[in-house]
Design a protein around this ligand. Structure first.
Ligand code: IPM
Ligand code: MG
Length: 315
């Protein structure tokens, strides 16, 4: 049962039975969660809990979010043509079960007013293991890791930078770079071609991966995989639940479909099948079919259902 459905039916985002199902599965495919009806609800009763809980219970500390421009979607890229032409092909490696998302959250009354606190904590081992993932991935790509932090302000970021520097020494063929998160947000739109692998903590990764998704045409296109030390993973599109178009057959299903392709590739070692799904997506885009978020001049507008059907027919 989805976290949204569970909130509506039981008032809690993830019944123990659903968590147990996730924990006893080889792989989990998750759609988007959340909506304005839960804006005023305490965090443990929000649908987002139903997403954060399996991530942490399954110990999925690595979240991989590829940002690659599809050739046929260059018209949907909001960047200047010469910037896009330099190429956009990088991966955000987001730490997924640490930092402020999983620190203590409190809201209390102090001196007649409400005071809210969110603790952001990172330990060396949490940073080290995600840094290794990033450097190993860069070894198979263009051999550059950009570690993003806010080391000019935050202690967690200073520890992050020191730890990433130490890990980098084990990968002499990979070029390490360090960038403050505000600068990284700016560089992603100024010159995305400079990035190969970006590694960063949970909150920064959440924000930068939305930005990375959008410069590729639409966040609706971007899949993600979340993994831990074992082979088990959780796969989900990076977009939210788009409550403004819910139930109207307008959402772009491609982020979810490409997440299923990542599941085949990374979880089940089914590279050929993953290639087939990705090729079907590319063919449908090349033929001109577009959901509303990636619609361009000359494109044929289709709904979520038709887009899904057209992709399925080609697999
Ligand atoms: C994401 C989402 C989630 C996150 C929300 C829904 C809790 O934005 O997967 O990027 O912040 O991790
Ligand atoms: Mg997000």
């Amino acid at each position: 049962m989805s976290p949204d459905a569970s909130c509506l039916a039981f008032g809690i985002p993830l019944p123990d039975s659903s968590l147990h199902t996730c924990l006893s599965s080889d792989s989990v495919l998750l759609a988007a969660v959340g909506g304005p009806k839960w804006d005023a609800v305490p965090s443990e009763k929000r649908p987002e809990r139903g997403l954060l809980k399996p991530r942490s219970a399954m110990e999925l500390y690595t979240n991989i979010r590829p940002a690659r421009m599809f050739a046929d979607l260059s018209a949907a890229c909001p960047l200047r043509a010469d910037i896009a032409a330099a190429g956009i092909d990088f991966v955000v490696v987001r730490e997924l079960i640490g930092g402020v998302y999983f620190g203590k959250h409190t809201t209390e009354e102090r001196n007649g007013e409400q005071v809210a606190t969110d603790i952001m904590a990172y330990s060396e081992h949490e940073i080290r293991r995600i840094a290794h993932v990033a450097f190993q991935m860069a070894q198979k790509r263009r051999k550059r890791v950009t570690s993003v932090d806010k080391a000019n302000v935050l202690d967690t970021s200073r520890l992050w930078r020191k730890t990433v520097c130490a890990v980098a020494e084990e990968y002499p063929n990979v070029e390490p770079r360090h960038m403050y998160v505000d600068n990284a947000a700016m560089q992603i739109v100024r010159d995305p071609s400079q990035f190969d692998v970006i590694v960063t903590e949970n909150l920064f990764g959440d924000i930068l991966s939305d930005e990375a998704g959008q410069i590729n045409g639409s966040i609706g296109m971007i899949p993600s995989s979340s993994m831990g030390d074992g082979s088990r993973g959780l796969y989900e599109p990076i977009h939210g639940s788009a409550p403004d178009i819910a139930g109207q057959d307008k959402a772009n299903p491609i982020g979810t479909i490409l997440s299923a392709a990542m599941m085949l590739r990374y979880n089940f070692g089914m590279a050929e099948e993953a290639d087939a799904v990705e090729a079907a997506v590319e063919t449908v885009l090349h033929t001109g079919y577009r959901c509303g978020d990636i619609m361009d001049q000359g494109g044929t507008l289709v709904g979520c259902r038709e887009m899904g059907q057209r992709i399925r027919e080609l697999i």
